[in-house]
Structure formats: structure tokens, C-alpha cells
Design a protein around this ligand. Sequence first.
Ligand code: ARG
Length: 387
Amino acid sequence: MTVAVGANTQATAQKRNGDPGSNDTDLARRLRECREFFELPELAHLPAERKTSVLKEMRRTGTYVQSAEEILIGAKLAWRNHARCVGRKHWRTLELIDARHATSAQDIADACFEHLTVATNGGALRSIVTVGPPPLPDGREYRILNPQLIRYAGYRGADGTVVGDPAHLELTELAQSLGWRGEGTAFDVLPLMISTPDEPVQLFDVPSELVLEVPLVHPNYRWFADLGLKWHAVPAVSDMDLEIGGVRYPCAPFNGWYVNTEVGARNFSDTDRYDMLPTIAKKLRLDRSSDRTLWKDRALVELNRAVIHSFRESGAYMVDHHTVAKQFVDHVEREAKAGRSCPTDWSWINPPMSSSITPTFHRLYDPPDLDIRPNFVSRRGSGCPFS
Ligand code: ARG
């Protein structure tokens, strides 16, 4: 008896949390999200019947087909609502590639390639979201397994050292297990790995002419170029769900542009990534006998100067952490004037170096409500909470 009550309570609690398995409450939640979406001022221009008819359709079938306009507005709002994005000032500029017609992994790959072409735009980056098909009624779905459209492989050698990006060791092994062979350089672009309702995971090499890369050079130190570092210009996140009006799009890659610190103060300097600070400090002949000489801090500044300088030299757009912080504070103030809250995660908004000399550091924000919709929702489980 006790057991039965316990089990029942657990099931109820799960339903309350919107567990996708518990279909009644999941539908109730999605109906609410749908109603709330069509009541947003951004959709006030639609005829009133639209809301009634999609709600009716959703009650009957569990879902409904959104118009491209609804998706674009929803995706812009998802960006505006995303508490961890410091680039939100530009939410209105987002453009949509509607790829819901895709029926194969090849179709998804083609849409991703188009995305890269349009987003790269010869270096004048454009913010794009590509939206693939929603899940089928039975729950099977289209998915991109790569966390971003462009990611560098990581290979562990026999002696335990890693060539490439250690963050992608597992993904690289998966690609290899599916027959892919990389060249073995520190910057091999991984193939897109796409799963669909009816096919096993398929691999697609990203054509190199679609991958704009920036070789790193330093404005003062000629030796810097000899380190042979480079990074790709377009950060296109491909493993988050886009949730709009009660509909979830698991295949919805989107991009903005880099802040220098993502590359210089994380990708190349984290000890579990390319870990370049010791090498750079050595070339700078810094005293590394103690952390207290601040050799890491000094190497970090030079690395970030190189990143900013190189992107500028290559004609690839990137923003620096001072400028983006100012833009974000502008954005927050503009949102307040418009009478909207702006949920914000302080720990993500502040740059990973020099935070206290940017304006985002010295203030509080609306609490980071990861539950408001529309939004981009992470599928990543545990791991580093700041990547
Ligand atoms: N931090 C990630 C990287 O270094 C990119 C995340 C998205 N960044 C952006 N600026 N939109 O690749």
C-alpha cells in the first residue's frame, strides 16, 4: 500500500515537472506555451482566429504547423530570452533558413552548408538560425550530434597527450567509429554527424571553402605566427533545442559572432583545451617560477590581443569583451524602458578575463529564468557549467 502511494506521488511529481513521458501534463504545458506565445505583443498583428485554430489543432493532434513568420519571431524572442547570451542587443537582426522540408540527413547537411555560407558572408557575419523538422508524432527526430557546425577534432596519442581540441575527443572517436579519418592536425574540422528518424547516423565532410578560418598573428611579436594557431570565424551552436509556442525544434543550429575571450580566454587557454599559456609565456620569457609573477595573466592578455588583431586583419568580424559588455548594458536598459524583464545569468554574461573592468560586472540583473519561452534550451548534461 505504502509502495503504491509512493510510486503514485512520484509519478505526479514527475508530471508537474513536465516530464515528456507523462503526456497529459506535457500537452497541458505545451498548450499553455502556445496560448502565451500567440498572446505576445510581437504576434498581435496576426488574426485572432490563428490562436484559436492552432490551439484546436494542438488539442486534436498534439502539435501544429507554425508559419515561417511565427518561427522567425519565436527564434528572435528565444534569443532575447536567453539568460546566458551577452550578444542579445542584436536579437532583431536574426534571419531564418526554413529547412522543415528536409526528409534526409543529406537535406539537413545541405541546409547546414547553406547556413555556413550565408552566416560567414565573406567575414561580415550574419546571425542565422536554420530550423529543421520538428519531431515526428512518435517522438523520433532529426538531430545534429556535433555541438557546433564547425568543431576541431581531438586525438589522444599513445603517450596520453592530445593533438587538437581535447573537448572533442569523444566526438572524434564517434566519427572514427563511423569510418571517418582525420588528417591528424591540431585543426581538423570534424564531419557533421546527423541522425534522422529513418537512418543511422550519417557523416558529411564540411567543404573547406565554407569554413572561414583566421590564422593567429600578434601585432608586435613575429614569433606568434609560428605557433601555427588558427580558429574558425563562425560559432554555430547546433545541439540546443529551439522551443517556440509549445513546439520543440531539436535541429535548429544558430550563430552569432565571437567575443575574443571565447577563443583567447577559453579555447586556447583552458588547461583542458589547447592550454597555450605556458608556451606563450615561455616565448615572452616571463618568470614562470611562481603563479605570483602573474605570467599566466600576462600571456593571456597577449593571446587575446593576437586574437582581436588577427580577426581584424583577416576581415572576420569579432567583438571585444569591453564593447560587447557596453552593448549588453545598453540592451538591458532598453529592455527595461520597454517594460520587459531581461533574465540574465551574471556568471555567463561577464567575460572570463578582466570582468571587473567591464560594466557588466558592476550590477545586478533580473534572475536567470531558464524556463521562459520561447528559448534555446540546452540538452547538455553535466560537465563544465560555463561552456
Ligand atoms: N564559446 C563557444 C566557442 O568558443 C561558442 C558559443 C557561442 N558563442 C557566440 N559568440 N555566439 O566556440
